[in-house]
Design a protein around this ligand. Sequence first.
Ligand code: AMP
Ligand code: TRP
Length: 329
Amino acid sequence: MQRVFSGIQPTGIPHLGNYLGAIRNWVTLQKDHDCLFCLVDMHSLTMPWTPEALREQTLGTTACLLASGIDPTRLYNQSAVSAHARLGWIFNCVSRLGWLNRMTQFKDKAGKNRENHSAGLYVYPNLMAADILAFHATRVPVGDDQRQHLELANDIAQKFNHDMGVEFFPQIEGLIPPNAARVMSLRDGSKKMSKSDPSAQSRIVLNDTADDIALKIRRARTDSEPLPSEEAGLEGRPEARNLITIYAAMSDKSMADVLSEFGGQGFGSFKQSLADLLVETLAPVANEARHLLDDKEHLLQVLRKGAERARAVSDPIVDEAERLVGFLR
Ligand code: AMP
Ligand code: TRP
């Protein structure tokens, strides 16, 4: 059986992009794959954080994932499993500066003020490679924005194998959904929906109430043209395309089917249908997440047990990687 690994940063509440790009697919994959899902709290230190918010958001994200249907036995937080840090260090010494310099996510996140960012933000993709390869996972369900990081992980695995003269780390394959792999901001169709966008109106989050969802969709930016009947008509209309993409993904319909249903209409009734669709799926998730957050001790227990299981898989693999590089025990 293929082993599946994926991660999400416990920085803020998961949003619709996380749900469609990642979480929903994790729930499907866990039915017939050996899966591990990780709250990558070590990655959350790569941008400014406060300990209190990190603690709270780790539990909040745990609740959202469980409420979305993630199997509790497969969930844990990264910092509780030392294999990540151990292999992450080895990979810092395998990966090349030239490779990291090409990472667009670093450039986006660091922006103009590069010198002032942490070294952690720069080596982040090395740790992400370690996350996956510490489990010899071969399938990684992520959104489109992680494509370049997965290519880097394969370069690292290959260089490690080559330099140590072994066939130890497998090649990995990203599982990027055909639809909604990049959900865009509701305020600006050229920016991806993101936890770090200062505008809460730009994203639907997994603890929004039905009213919040309806309001955010009603206020979502659009243009003044009616919806087109065919996909070609979405050219140059990123906001319209984004809302249609979300509708198609949430209803498991093709873009063509959605456009033939709503083509020629204004945004008013389409937005109403989209809001109804989102509320139907997401409002029960939010309710369940709120309920789960009433028992924080239970959530902690879930993470502790998950970490124990994860360690049993990763420790022997990382022990062997350490032996291969020449560490004595
Ligand atoms: P992050 O919130 O950056 O930890 O991302 C967790 C997962 O959600 C990753 O697999 C991302 O690729 C995916 N993801 C994040 N933002 C989006 C988005 N706007 N659209 C689709 N997938 C996304
Ligand atoms: N870098 C991913 C993101 O920001 C999160 C992540 C960390 C991840 N480690 C991973 C995803 C390993 C898949 C596999 O979205």
